[in-house]
Design a protein around this ligand. Structure first.
Ligand SMILES: NC(=O)c1ccc[n+]([C@@H]2O[C@H](COP(=O)([O-])OP(=O)(O)OC[C@H]3O[C@@H](n4cnc5c(N)ncnc54)[C@H](OP(=O)(O)O)[C@@H]3O)[C@@H](O)[C@H]2O)c1
Length: 228
């Protein structure tokens, strides 16, 4: 057992180690990492966005995870709530999952041509030249098919909680990066991952660190089936 107390600032070296991509990863599907921040009482937002929970270290981890990712996958509600902008030309490709081609919540992003909207085959086409990827023949995007389409790539799922819940319950998340913020926000914000039940088997704590502001940075890996 180790007792944790506040450490130093999250150095570049520690952050790089934290997000290092393992060599051993699947090639027939995407290697998928989920990154979320939670308050100590499990809240996912302050005033409707996650920004009120974070700090410098969390921003560093967010940026470092993006820097080693080939693609970012995110739900439409997060894109709208957080007013996502395009990723830089050298950055990961951005995929926004939605059931409908409504881009009005963040026109600037979609009209940039730098974000792909992911829709089920039956949904109408998005307006203009918005790039689109189709996955799934029902009313929803088939997330397993999406991850299959991104096979061989390092994918970062940035939530929100509904998309994260669907991904976890379908067994599509390999690693879970959780920042635990030393804040107790109460209110009505949902948990960082919610939706259908997921396999309750324990995940492995790969490692964690704590910064000088008492933020905990945890990296969990899904245990291979059949291991304790
Ligand atoms: N604490 C954190 O780390 C964190 C991270 C991210 C976001 N957030 C916060 O979480 C909130 C948003 O999260 P949320 O859970 O409400 O929404 P979300 O997961 O971001 O997005 C949900 C939307 O994504 C689309 N979607 C998800 N799965 C789909 C599927 N299989 N097929 C088709 N469409 C699918 C649907 O879009 P349509 O409705 O367009 O069909 C659905 O309404 C915001 O307040 C944001 O600030 C917090």
């Amino acid at each position: 057992m180790r007792i944790l107390d506040e450490g130093g600032p999250a150095s570049d070296d520690v952050v790089l180690q934290h997000v290092a991509v393992p060599d051993d990863r699947p090639r027939d599907r995407a290697f998928t990492r989920l990154n979320m921040i939670s308050s100590a009482d499990g809240g996912s937002t302050v005033a409707g966005v996650s920004g009120g929970l974070g700090n410098r270290g969390d921003h560093a981890v967010f940026g470092a995870l993006r820097a080693v990712a080939d693609a970012v996958v995110v739900g439409m509600s997060t894109v709208v709530a957080e007013q996502y902008g395009p990723t830089p030309e050298t950055g990961p490709d951005l995929y926004v999952v939605s059931g409908t081609p409504d881009i009005t919540g963040d026109r600037r992003l979609f009209e940039s041509g730098r974000a792909t909207i992911v829709l089920p085959h039956g949904a109408d086409a998005p307006p203009g030249d918005v790039p689109v990827l189709r996955a799934g023949h029902g009313p929803y995007v088939d997330l397993a098919a999406l991850m299959g389409a991104l096979a061989g790539r390092v994918v970062l799922c940035e939530g929100g909680p509904s998309l994260a819940g669907a991904m976890v319950s379908e067994g599509l998340i390999d690693e879970f990066f959780l920042t635990l913020a030393p804040r107790v926000v109460a209110g009505g914000s949902g948990r960082v991952v919610h939706g259908n039940n997921a396999d309750p088997a324990p995940w492995e704590l790969h490692h964690g660190f704590v910064d000088d502001e008492g933020f905990l940075f945890l990296r969990y890996c899904r245990r291979a089936a059949g291991t304790a």
